[in-house]
Design a protein around this ligand. Structure first.
Ligand SMILES: Cc1cc2nc3c(=O)[nH]c(=O)nc-3n(C[C@H](O)[C@H](O)[C@H](O)COP(=O)(O)O)c2cc1C
Length: 218
């Protein structure tokens, strides 16, 4: 695998071929990638909704009916699948205890003393974001963007096209999927599939600021 080649060839798909579907085995790999994506203190403050049914696509697409977002709607309707990346709306000690119980079950934490120490460490981070920097929601959302990055690179490495989307009405989607009642809010949509032959963005050259403006090598 050549990561540089993937970076040059992956691109934001603007038009999907609705007749092309992602094989389930590849979808499973992407789901695995999301399941195992890293997060600060292993907090996993995300929830992923994988939409493949026509009815589900229509419901997600309805969050793009306003003029400002309408250009995104056909991507959802025509793509093979869409992942709705959601963030938790609250970070609680109960959730952290759940993570610790899982770490113990998976054999990463052995013994009550180690578990207590880890709880104190993890809650130290959570309390700092809650009470010192007061950026707990932003912190949780950052973890979701790590998942976005993994998904985009992972999809491209499997020759699957993707579109990262922030352009939709979160309030409408949250209401329709009853996300806030479950402690989540939608953050990003990622349609996945295969581009249409007339996707204008497929043939446009990539454009980035010059390397010397983006990097410094010390
Ligand atoms: C967080 C994020 C949100 C984005 N939202 C949208 C969007 O709502 N609609 C869209 O067509 N493209 C969206 N994009 C795509 C960017 O415009 C695109 O990544 C950028 O122009 C670079 O082009 P490339 O992805 O083809 O390399 C988004 C990208 C990111 C990373």
């Amino acid at each position: 695998m050549n990561i540089s080649k993937i970076a040059h060839t992956r691109y934001t798909t603007k038009k999907y071929d609705p007749s092309k579907k992602i094989p389930q085995e590849l979808m499973n790999q992407l789901i695995d990638l999301l399941h195992f994506c890293p997060s600060s203190i292993n907090s996993q403050p995300f929830h992923f909704i994988v939409v493949t049914s026509e009815e589900g696509k229509k419901r997600v697409g309805a969050s793009m009916d306003e003029d400002v977002f309408i250009y995104n709607k056909s991507k959802i309707l025509d793509a093979s699948a869409t992942v709705v990346i959601c963030s938790k709306t609250e970070m609680t000690e109960d959730h952290i205890r759940k993570v610790l119980d899982q770490e113990e079950k998976d054999g990463r934490i052995i013994g009550a003393e180690k578990k207590k120490k880890t709880l104190d460490l993890y809650m130290g981070y959570v309390n700092a974001h809650l009470h010192d920097t007061k950026d707990i929601n932003c912190w949780m959302e950052k973890q979701c963007y790590i998942a976005l990055g993994a998904l985009l690179l992972g999809a491209a490495s499997l020759h699957i096209d993707a579109t990262p989307i922030e352009g939709f009405n979160r309030k409408i989607l949250d209401r329709d999927l009853e996300l806030r009642e479950q402690g989540y809010t939608s953050l990003l949509l990622v349609p996945l599939g295969y581009h249409a032959n007339d996707d204008y963005n497929f043939t446009l050259p990539k454009s980035r600021l010059p390397k010397d403006q983006i990097f410094k090598f010390l």
